[in-house]
Write a protein that binds this ligand. Structure first.
Ligand SMILES: [Zn+2]
Length: 124
């Protein structure tokens, strides 16, 4: 007798390792190559290919919807100070210091460059 875990209760890793039922992806492999299907899903002598950008997006959507406790959204914006330096060897280049907030025009500014400029606190 085969007992299956409710797919809603499985992690993504458990779901993708469960070959007790045939998925659409497995049927696609079967349609392409019977040998590849056997190697991947029956004998498990072939590793699955690395994730494509679409697969990574699908994994993130899966986490967001079904495993929200594991979903972490990283803010990868560059929030270093964007004000140009007024003097020195790097004159004119962006300051690059840790910003204290955004100016009204949306530029990230450090404490020194934000003095006197209207700003908002960074959203964490
Ligand atoms: Zn600065």
């Amino acid at each position: 007798m085969i007992t299956r875990t409710d797919p809603q209760q499985q992690s993504a890793a458990e779901y993708h390792a469960d070959y007790s039922a045939v998925s659409n992806s497995m049927l696609s492999v079967f349609r392409q190559s019977r040998q590849r299907y056997r190697d991947r899903f029956v004998t498990r002598t072939m590793s699955p290919p690395g994730p494509t950008p679409a697969m990574r997006l699908g994994s993130l959507l899966h986490l967001r919807a079904l495993e929200p406790e594991r979903y972490v959204c990283l803010d990868v914006r560059d929030t270093r100070c964007q004000a140009p330096l007024a003097s020195g060897a790097r004159k004119g280049e962006p300051c690059g210091a840790t910003s204290r907030g955004q100016s009204a025009d949306g530029r990230w500014l450090c404490g020194a460059h934000s003095k006197g400029a209207p700003r908002t606190e960074p959203s964490s």
